[in-house]
Design a binder for this molecule. Structure first.
Ligand code: ZN
Length: 139
């Protein structure tokens, strides 16, 4: 799979480095403990700029989703873009894989998986139905 590689910054380098290690890391305010995603330089709850990262369990539920189709490329496969609510309480936008749109429901249990792109140069945290481990392109 080919994707536009993420442009990493000081604030989100940890997220992409974690993904390459097969870990889903979420930014956490060091002062008040609030989790936030996407990563940002300042806590929206207490305005602290001190932060670290917490490894998420990778378990969550589908909060909402859409089926995305490229507007001009007929050969591009549609993909499911989902807002995932992690069990830690924060949400992130990702893709749902190893499932069909007809099988997707809000609140369905999902788990993180890691998909390599660009010949392994990029690793994308994505989600699949919980218990669906064993897919070909995911780990
Ligand atoms: Zn805070």
């Amino acid at each position: 799979m080919k994707v536009v590689a993420p442009v990493e910054s000081h604030d989100d380098h940890f997220f992409w480095a974690g993904a390459k290690e097969g870990r889903l890391l979420i930014q956490r305010c060091s002062s008040c403990g609030t989790l936030r995603h996407p990563p940002a330089p300042m806590c929206g709850a207490c305005l602290s700029t001190d932060w670290d990262a917490q490894e998420a369990s990778g378990r969550g539920t589908v909060y909402s989703w859409i089926l995305s189709k490229h507007p001009t490329r007929e050969d591009a496969e549609p993909r499911v873009v989902a807002l995932i609510e992690l069990e830690e309480g924060t949400r992130l936008v990702s893709n749902l894989v190893d499932t069909e749109p007809a099988a997707i429901e809000n609140d369905m249990a999902v788990e993180v998986c890691f998909v390599e792109a660009n010949d392994g140069q990029v690793v994308l945290p994505q989600f699949r139905p919980a218990g669906a481990a064993g897919g070909g392109a995911t780990r």
